[in-house]
Design a protein around this ligand. Structure first.
Ligand code: ADP
Length: 168
């Protein structure tokens, strides 16, 4: 019997965008199970808590039966062993992503020879999207509704509602 093909899509997802979601949906067609795992990085100060970020992802992926949401604090390869996952999903937006993503994939393979990274090229519609740019536009009250799931859009409106003093 073949073992289920389990993949982990890890990232900050602060917050999840439609670009991330596109990668999850396409990953879910390739693998038996996809775990979207929020990286808990204590060196970064995120806009949303890990729980909020997981909640946004869970809502946005509720239509996908083989997708689960989790978080992990340490090394991705250790987390993968815990979950019996053999694959790492990464999204590629532009050539500029390639260098750091290749470095990451090579390092992960060095740490665990079984860990296979699969790159999924972004849909051109989302190639310029990143969580940082979304936050920047939302902070200046730009309309990001078409770039993020509805719950994220609502949360961004609340987050930045009283922040006019931060805009200087
Ligand atoms: P990190 O902050 O750790 O890079 P992100 O949550 O920003 O994590 O990204 C996680 C993964 O999603 C990375 O592989 C990144 O290239 C990919 N990604 C981010 N934005 C997009 C997008 N718009 N389209 C496709 N892939 C994306």
């Amino acid at each position: 019997m073949n073992l289920p093909r389990v993949a982990v899509y890890g990232g900050s997802f602060d917050p999840i965008t439609r670009g991330h979601l596109d990668i999850v949906e396409r990953g879910a067609k390739i693998f038996d199970q996809v775990i979207v795992a929020v990286l808990v990085n204590l060196r970064k100060e995120p806009l949303f808590t890990v729980e909020e970020r997981m909640d946004f992802i869970a809502q946005a992926t509720s239509h996908l039966q083989n997708v689960t949401v989790d978080h992990f604090p340490g090394l991705l390869v250790d987390y993968m062993k815990e979950k019996n996952a053999g694959f790492i999903i990464r999204g590629l937006r532009a050539v500029s992503d390639f260098e750091s993503e290749l470095q990451l994939a090579s390092m992960n393979r060095e740490l665990d020879h079984e860990a296979e990274t699969i790159f999924i090229p972004t849909h051109h519609e989302y190639s310029y999207l990143s969580s940082s740019i979304i936050k920047e536009i939302a902070r200046h009250r730009g309309d990001v509704s078409r770039f993020v799931p509805a719950a994220v859009h609502a949360a961004l409106l609340v987050k930045y509602a009283d922040d006019s003093q931060d805009l200087c």
